[in-house]
Design a protein around this ligand. Sequence first.
Ligand code: SF4
Ligand code: SF4
Length: 104
Amino acid sequence: MPYVVYDYSKCTGEAQCVAVCPVQILETSPDGKWCKAIDEHVENKEAVEAFHEKVEPNDPPVNIRIWNDMPSCIFCQACVAACPTGAIEVYESLPEGTPTVEEL
Ligand code: SF4
Ligand code: SF4
């Protein structure tokens, strides 16, 4: 399953990643400060929602990387190519030892 990783210490929220995703699984956060995986397309939906509820009120940068396990991602890497700051990465699998969003 592909993993979409946002590094919120680098994300500016200008949403180039959202614009190019062919399966529309990325979105701007409600406060417009960063982008995020759409919770409905994320396998661990409840944990991701809880994380964003916890951090949305804070000002960026938030020095944290979130791994979203995303079954809808087609691994095209368009979001990675479009990002000007290197804030998004996509991996085919979760490297051993990576903390999941449930563990944050
Ligand atoms: S393109 Fe990069 S910096 Fe811009 S919102 Fe997406 S991940 Fe963040
Ligand atoms: S790799 Fe492609 S399908 Fe997956 S999130 Fe990025 S743009 Fe969307």
